[in-house]
Design a protein around this ligand. Structure first.
Ligand SMILES: Cc1cc2nc3c(=O)[nH]c(=O)nc-3n(C[C@H](O)[C@H](O)[C@H](O)COP(=O)(O)O)c2cc1C
Length: 334
């Protein structure tokens, strides 16, 4: 069972590092591609992109991929510190070459520090349910903002209905454009796992149960999607989801490069872990930032200036849903 805390059975460094990787892979990734590989080194664990798991249509510049690596790095750092390792993160991302996308998390010995964020790693999930509509206390909003502070990353929390309705319109508009695009639909369907057996066998992708949908044979799921995936139906679903949320967080970065996208991933992951610790759910609605055609107008609408909007995240209290699956740890070691 991946979603639990466990102490490694041995003091052997490799066994300990493998246990840390187990925590890292519980991080979110775009379409649950798990677009990462891990290399165990003497003093560190290196995180590398798995470019076979890119999503060229929805993520042509590897923006989401880099954010996903940042999320995994944050989990790894929190787990490393909890198990008596340094956990310092060094990233040489920035340029375009493969060698420049490596993140290293130090596994030299240090005093153990079990944070509330670490404790929340197994419980965190992307919860695509309707929430209960209740606001968060201002002390909770302050804590979420404080914990996710990261150099080069800007977080704006929107809780006023006028703001969340404007964001809803942008989500619905961008979603309508995406689902009418045949290439986008093909890529999305490639990553959907329509039933539990497929999800378990593949260990990746978007399990229908995790979005509150029934388990059906794949061929029925594909046929049904053609009928069900329409701008109108989706629009109603997103309206209900956003209107039942306590607010929406928008993450944006000062510079539009890999180093900043990784920093956004780390910042978001601390936000999501702190939310989990408060029993608050999170789910992303990134449609307006995924399309070049809508990204700029979305930034202008929110007054972000030259900053690129990176993530749109709703939050609130609500039920848990079945989990998205993961591949075994051994499958991601390189
Ligand atoms: C960069 C990034 C972008 C994402 N975009 C979306 C999105 O637009 N809509 C959505 O429902 N989930 C989105 N997700 C959430 C993933 O689908 C989710 O993390 C994955 O399925 C694993 O599930 P889990 O987070 O519950 O572990 C995104 C995650 C990441 C890291």
């Amino acid at each position: 069972m991946l979603w639990r805390h466990s102490a490694p059975a041995s003091a052997d460094l490799t066994v300990q590092q493998l246990n840390l990787v187990r925590y890292a892979v519980l991080a979110p990734s775009s379409h649950n591609t798990q677009c990462w590989r891990f290399r165990l080194e003497r003093d560190a664990i290196a995180i590398l992109p798995d470019r076979l798991r890119r999503c060229p249509v929805v993520d042509p510049d590897d923006h989401h991929l880099s954010i996903s690596l940042g999320c995994a790095a944050e989990n790894l750092a929190q787990a490393a510190r909890a198990h008596g390792f340094d956990g310092g993160i060094v990233s040489n991302a920035g340029a375009d070459r493969e060698a420049d996308s490596i993140i290293r998390v130090a596994t030299t010995r240090a005093p153990a520090l079990r944070s509330a964020l670490f404790e929340a790693i197994p419980a965190r999930q992307s919860t695509r349910a309707e929430y209960d509509g209740r606001p968060l206390a201002s002390s909770e909003l302050d804590l979420l903002a404080r914990v996710s502070a990261e150099a080069g990353v800007h977080l704006q929390l929107y809780t006023a209905v006028a703001d969340t309705e404007r964001i809803l319109s942008a989500v619905v508009h961008a979603n309508g454009l995406q689902i009418q695009d045949a290439a986008f639909r093909r890529e999305l369907i490639h990553w959907i796992r329509f039933n539990r057996a497929d999800a378990l066998r593949m260990g990746d992708g978007l399990y229908s149960g995790a979005s509150g949908n029934p388990s059906v044979p794949s061929w029925i799921g594909r046929l049904a999607l053609d009928v069900l995936l329409t701008p109108g139906r989706d629009g109603d679903k997103y309206a209900a989801q956003i209107r039942s949320s306590a607010g929406i967080a928008v993450f944006s970065s000062d510079l539009n490069d890999r180093a900043h996208w990784i920093a956004v991933g780390r910042s978001f992951q601390r936000f999501a872990l702190q939310a989990t610790a408060l029993d608050v759910r999170t789910a992303m609605l990134n449609q307006p930032v995924e399309l070049i055609a809508t990204r700029q107008s979305f930034a202008t609408m929110l007054g972000l200036g030259a900053r690129r909007p990176d993530l749109v995240v709703r939050f609130g209290r609500g039920p848990l849903l079945p989990r998205s699956l993961r591949r075994p740890t051994a499958a991601v070691i390189t």
